[in-house]
Design a protein around this ligand. Structure first.
Ligand SMILES: Cc1cc2nc3c(=O)[nH]c(=O)nc-3n(C[C@H](O)[C@H](O)[C@H](O)COP(=O)(O)OP(=O)(O)OC[C@H]3O[C@@H](n4cnc5c(N)ncnc54)[C@H](O)[C@@H]3O)c2cc1C
Length: 376
């Protein structure tokens, strides 16, 4: 028989968005329950790359985290459009880390201090006496949707998931290399490699963290995605970068970039955070940091709402998202109005320059070096 439970806040989804929001709410003294359809540890299709701002926002003690988990410091990158323009960019400090999502997400979830209800999917919710009754058994004053791209709570709020949405589709593989495979892997531990597609609609990566190798490619739309992925993997093998017996079964997932998402994020007694709200950074597709930041922002607003979870009171959350990540419908840029062939030629030219690669592609687009960590 399913247990009946009651809580101040129910968070649907125990990924980085849900667990960081839960931790902050617990600190504010609220009773929080996390519902996730998966048992943890669970894996998530992801390259597993995070910036130091994420470590800071989550107050992760890196020495503690490293005990029995992979935390790969990154101090350089190789980027380009194919081998011809690929070049290394070095830093004199750690500019990112590689983590494994099965470890990272479980660490954050267990640390959150929330009560956990795992292995149970969200199925329904209805209003009963001014509270939510979820799955006919959980009574909550507020429900936070943190269920990722296909979050059922944002669908409940009226989002038309998948229909007419301009999603990024990505495929990835992560596996532990044998000693022999590691010998035939030319990717440096501290130096992920990023290769932009010829049409600039996405990029592929190969990324070594400890003994684990992560290879993948993400693109706008899903047109012929498996072909792009396999061509990329073959090319890496031909270059001697990854072992020739790299498994060919890639796993796929989709998500929304910030300016492509038009989902509701606030309702009466409901907030939406992380991928469910479509927050990933435009140029890099990095989604973990915005997921965490949205979780922290939501927690702060909920904690100061004194139990008033009306849409009007919670709408401050949407205002804060816009202040942090910008207007989703910002005007077209000059580059955006250029013909496609010009843009490609311009991009290829720029990619050849060390200055553009370091300062724009890496520092600004991928590392968001100019944006300090969000203070919890
Ligand atoms: C191939 C690929 C590579 C990526 N690489 C990176 C990267 O290197 N760095 C980066 O920053 N971002 C990356 N991203 C994006 C990143 O994975 C997401 O932005 C991030 O996981 C969002 O976190 P979240 O907590 O919002 O959602 P998720 O991590 O998706 O967590 C959602 C949780 O909700 C649960 N859930 C779903 N449906 C239900 C339901 N019906 N009932 C109950 N629970 C449910 C799921 O089990 C899951 O645990 C990548 C994405 C892809 C596809």
């Amino acid at each position: 028989m399913t247990t009946r439970e009651s809580c101040d806040v129910l968070i649907v989804g125990g990924g980085p968005a849900g667990s960081s929001c839960a931790r902050q709410l617990r600190r504010a003294g609220l009773d929080v329950l996390i519902l996730d359809k998966s048992e943890f540890p669970r894996d998530k299709v992801c390259a597993g790359w995070i910036t130091p701002q994420v470590v800071e926002e989550l107050e992760i003690d890196t020495r503690d985290y490293q005990q029995g988990r992979v935390l790969q410091p990154i101090t350089s990158f190789i980027t380009g459009m194919g081998e011809r323009t690929a070049k290394p960019v070095h830093y004199d400090r750690i500019v990112s880390y590689g983590i494994r999502r099965c470890e990272f997400d479980n660490y954050l979830l267990q640390r959150s201090g929330a009560r956990l209800r795992l292995g149970e999917a969200w199925e329904s919710m209805e209003r009963v006496a001014g509270r939510w009754l979820v799955n006919s058994t959980i009574s909550a004053g507020l429900v936070i949707g943190a269920g990722g791209h296909f979050c059922p709570v944002v669908r409940f709020l009226g989002a038309n998931l998948g229909k007419g949405e301009r999603a990024i589709s990505a495929q990835e593989i992560e596996f532990e290399m044998t000693d022999e495979q590691a010998e035939h892997c030319d990717v440096e531990h501290d130096r992920p490699e990023l290769y932009f597609c010829d049409d600039l609609k996405g990029y592929g990566w190969c990324f070594r963290k400890g003994n684990f190798l992560n290879v993948g490619l993400g693109r706008e739309g899903n047109h012929r995605l498996p072909e792009h992925v396999h061509a990329f993997s073959r090319w890496l093998q031909e270059q001697g970068k990854i072992p020739t017996d790299t498994p060919a079964r890639f796993k796929g997932h989709a998500y929304l970039l910030y300016s492509h998402a038009q989902r509701p994020v606030v309702g009466d007694g409901v907030l939406i955070i992380g991928d469910a709200a479509g927050l990933a950074y435009q140029e890099s597709g990095e989604g973990i940091r915005p997921a965490i930041e949205s979780g922290l922002m939501a927690a702060q607003i909920v904690a100061s709402a004194s139990g008033d979870y009306s849409k009007q009171r919670l709408s401050e959350y949407e205002t804060q998202l816009t202040a942090r990540f910008g207007d989703r419908n910002h005007g077209a840029s000059l580059a955006g109005s250029l013909p496609e062939s010009w843009k490609l030629a311009l991009a290829r030219g720029l990619m050849q320059t060390q200055w553009f690669t370091r300062n724009v592609v890496l520092n600004r687009w991928f590392l968001h070096a100019d944006q300090a960590a969000l203070r919890a």
